[in-house]
Design a protein around this ligand. Structure first.
Ligand SMILES: [Zn+2]
Length: 142
């Protein structure tokens, strides 16, 4: 048994070995890219947004197994959600859906939340008319 199998549960391994929604979206409405120094993970999430809802999501992750599993799970979870719902998305939801992550790898799920929010902010910047309809305050651009 390799160390990987003792560290990660079968759901995490499944999303790592068979990632969902991997790649780029052509004509994405919002794209967010973030990085974490600890693992050297880089995560990019592309969103297709229609009628205020996330119609499709893709990710590209350059990083550790937890980062890949987290972005795979995050893109699955957010499809069909409204922008407001997605703005309130937290990494805990990813961790729960994955059945837990090792404590040292929690930050990889935080990266998925940050990449999603960066993509939403990108969308709102490009579509300022949507901001006034949101219940969630839009964070100031970094
Ligand atoms: Zn990582």
């Amino acid at each position: 048994m390799s160390e990987t199998y003792t560290l990660y549960n079968s759901t995490v391994m499944d999303h790592f070995m068979h990632p969902r929604n991997m790649g780029d979206l052509k004509d994405a409405d919002g794209v967010g890219e973030v990085g974490a120094a600890a693992c050297g993970d880089i995560m990019k999430i592309s969103l297709k947004i229609k009628d205020g809802k996330i119609e499709d999501a893709r990710f590209k992750t350059f990083g550790c197994g937890s980062a890949i599993a987290s972005s795979s799970m995050a893109t699955e979870l957010i499809k069909g959600r409204s922008i407001d719902e997605a703005m309130n998305f937290t990494n805990q939801e990813v961790v729960d859906a994955l059945g837990g992550l090792p404590p040292v790898k929690i930050h990889c799920s935080v990266l998925a939340e940050e990449a999603l929010k960066a993509a939403l902010e990108d969308y709102i910047r490009k579509h300022p008319e949507t901001a006034s309809k949101l219940q969630t305050p839009v964070p100031a651009a970094a």
